[in-house]
Design a protein around this ligand. Structure first.
Ligand SMILES: NC(=O)c1ccc[n+]([C@@H]2O[C@H](COP(=O)([O-])OP(=O)(O)OC[C@H]3O[C@@H](n4cnc5c(N)ncnc54)[C@H](O)[C@@H]3O)[C@@H](O)[C@H]2O)c1
Length: 257
């Protein structure tokens, strides 16, 4: 029987790339996003490509939505094997201007979302009494803290910490919890980061912030969703069964740990 994977925030960007790869790996795919229009069009693409898939609209920051997502997946496909906590949001702001709304929004999606997703997935894995894998979107910003990205960096450090503690608590249930830490991928997220960052520097134009980050990559190019999907595919596979509690960097050489 094919395994089943849920990927949150998979209507576009890295999540869509991950979902595509896991579909190629033979998983039944549960697409998920807060953006219904994008999600519908991605589901059509997957169906046209012959991937056995469904789509569920939801907000990762709402615990109830996360449990509903798992229920919909199990109703459709009978089981769950992999849960990718991919959805995340960014915020660009100098430290002195970080406000309450930014903190609440970014933490509630990136951190609360990851916690609720892990709880919902683990609940199902324990009920099934099967091996389960939770795979979290961390970042190089979960290892380093960047200027103008203080809130975002703090959320990704929290994701790394929850990856560690959840992996320890869930190991007795045969559940692995790991994280992938991308570097600089030219998705909608980086469009927004670039747009916001250049506003704060007089000598910068649109595209410059992104270019500056990419210029610092040892392997000399920005990241593609496929690069991230390669790591997630491994973490979702049996080949990574002896790995848990790790936040693995895939960045072409920016941050060295
Ligand atoms: N792009 C990068 O360079 C990069 C680097 C490191 C880490 N990451 C992380 O990878 C993940 C994916 O990033 P991306 O670049 O594809 O971002 P993106 O903004 O391109 O896509 C994120 C998707 O998540 C969805 N989403 C946002 N809030 C949601 C919510 N509350 N509930 C459900 N869905 C929601 C969006 O609609 C969107 O489709 C994020 O967690 C991000 O922090 C990205």
């Amino acid at each position: 029987m094919s395994k089943v994977a849920i990927i949150t925030g998979s209507a576009g960007g890295l999540g869509k790339g991950i979902a595509k790869r896991l579909g190629e790996d033979g998983f039944k795919i549960v697409l998920h996003d807060i953006n219904k229009e994008m999600l519908d069009s991605t589901l059509k693409e997957f169906k046209d490509a012959g991937v056995d898939s469904i789509a569920v609209v939801g907000d990762v920051s709402k615990r109830e939505d996360q449990f509903n997502l798992v229920k919909e997946a199990v109703d459709a496909f009978g089981q769950l094997d992999v849960f990718v906590n991919n959805a995340g949001v960014d915020v660009v702001s100098p430290f002195l201007e970080i406000d309450e709304n930014q903190l609440n929004k970014t933490f509630s999606v990136n951190v609360n979302g990851t916690v609720f997703g892990t709880q919902a997935a683990a609940d199902q894995f324990i009920k099934q009494d099967t091996k389960g894998k939770v795979i979290n979107a961390c970042s190089i910003a979960g290892h380093e803290s960047y200027e103008m990205l203080g809130t975002y960096s703090a959320t990704k450090h929290a994701v790394r910490s929850f990856t560690h503690s959840a992996s320890k608590e869930l190991a007795p249930y045969n559940i692995r919890v790991n994280a992938y830490c991308p570097g600089v991928a030219g998705t909608a997220m980086w469009d927004r980061i670039d747009e916001e960052m250049v506003k704060y520097y007089d000598n910068m134009e649109r595209g410059d912030a992104y270019k500056q980050f990419v210029d610092g990559i040892s392997l000399g190019r920005s990241q593609e969703p496929e690069d991230v999907a390669n790591l997630v595919s491994f973490l979702a596979s049996d080949d990574s069964d002896y790995i848990t509690g790790q936040a693995i960097i895939t960045d072409g050489g920016i941050v060295y740990r």
